[in-house]
Ligand binder design. Structure first.
Ligand code: UT7
Length: 319
């Protein structure tokens, strides 16, 4: 049976930057509060004429170039997003047309901040069964469009971006194991409780979050999932070269690292630069550490995320 190997990564952050100082002029907050409670300094915002597919395309082209394959060679395109350009077709189909690929399987995955982990796991299963040889897996979001810019509880936390990986079927390991969970009974803890009906938005179209409860849930579920993945693979924390966590809050990241007894030098942290980019955050962090040379071939990577749903998951990778 084949493994899925990561053969290329890419990341894209829109040019427009919103700093904590900018936010001080918009809501009752401070650079000090945001930095101390979240670790975020800046977030990037898509321009008015940029959609999620535009961000996804930039990350995809970089990942395909790094992988050295053409878009026509892709058999599968999955876009993890909570902020698709259209209700339908999927952002994956829109992206497929942009890339000039015809005939590959293409669909979106909606698991909010865990979306990339879900998508990576699904792509791995397609490759393992021999259906797919090359897959493009993307996390892309224009999450800023869901924010109420008068709500300091949420607007300081999120940003826009996209990250991508190209996977290839290989006899060499690759993705070692994937673990996914969800519990819909937490549906109201983090939500945009709206839909489109009769051509109009029905309900509240802004992000609603019980931040403190999300924080506690995130720390607990991430602790459980990283222990689960290590136990399944009969490994201890010393086997992990790099933890690549969902970039939502530096305190959540530090709590996970501490419970894993991993020094922060082994954790890839990009949250300060782009805030919580939802499904884009894990592949963005992965791309940064691949491109700056920290992640090397044969390193063992632990990717994890938690998000609305609630959903949570982890992937163990021999890079
Ligand atoms: O992928 C999952 C996505 N979501 C998350 O990861 C969010 C997880 N939660 C968190 O990151 C944290 O809970 C927050 C950063 C959102 C908040 O930190 P906290 O330490 O849990 O603070 P808190 O909610 O307990 O609020 C403390 C105080 C409150 O004031 P009072 O009631 O103590 O007077 C808030 O009103 O901080 C206040 N506050 C703010 N103050 C300045 C809330 N937002 C802000 C703000 N600036 N932006």
């Amino acid at each position: 049976m084949s493994y899925s190997r990561i053969i290329g990564t890419g990341g894209y952050l829109p040019e427009k930057i919103l700093s904590n100082e900018d936010l001080e002029r918009m809501v009752d907050t401070s650079d000090q509060w945001i930095l101390e409670r979240t670790g975020i300094r800046t977030r990037h915002l898509a321009s008015e004429n940029q959609g999620t597919c535009d961000l996804a395309e930039k990350a995809a082209v970089l990942a395909l170039t790094a992988a050295g394959i053409a878009a026509s060679e892709l058999d599968l395109i999955i876009v993890a997003t909570t902020t698709p350009d259209r209700i339908f077709p999927s952002t994956a189909c829109l992206l497929q047309a942009r890339l000039g690929n015809h005939g590959a399987i293409a669909f979106d995955v909606q698991a909010v901040c865990s979306g990339f982990i879900y998508a990576l796991s699904i792509a791995d299963k397609f490759i393992k069964t021999g259906t797919v040889r090359h897959a493009l897996v993307i996390g892309a979001e224009t999450f800023s469009r869901l924010l109420d810019w008068t709500d300091r509880n949420t607007c300081v936390l999120f940003g826009d971006g996209a990250g991508a990986v190209v996977l290839k079927a290989s006899e060499e390991p690759g993705i070692l194991s994937t673990h996914l969970h969800a519990d819909g009974s937490y549906k109201d803890m983090l939500t945009v409780p709206a839909t489109v009906e009769q051509g109009r938005l029905k309900g509240d179209g802004f992000v609603k979050m019980h931040g403190h409860d999300v924080f506690k849930f995130a720390v607990k579920s991430l602790d459980r999932i990283v222990k689960e993945i290590l136990a399944t693979n009969q490994l201890d924390e010393n086997a992990i070269d790099w933890l690549i966590p969902h970039q939502a809050n530096i305190r959540i990241i530090k709590a996970t690292a501490k419970r894993l007894k991993l020094p922060m030098e082994k954790v890839v942290v990009t949250v300060s630069e782009h805030g919580n980019t939802s499904a884009a955050s894990v592949p963005l962090a992965l791309d940064v550490a691949v491109r700056d040379g920290r992640i090397q071939r044969d390193h063992t990577l632990l990717l994890e995320a938690v998000g609305g749903g609630f959903t949570w998951g982890a992937v163990l990778v021999k890079y």
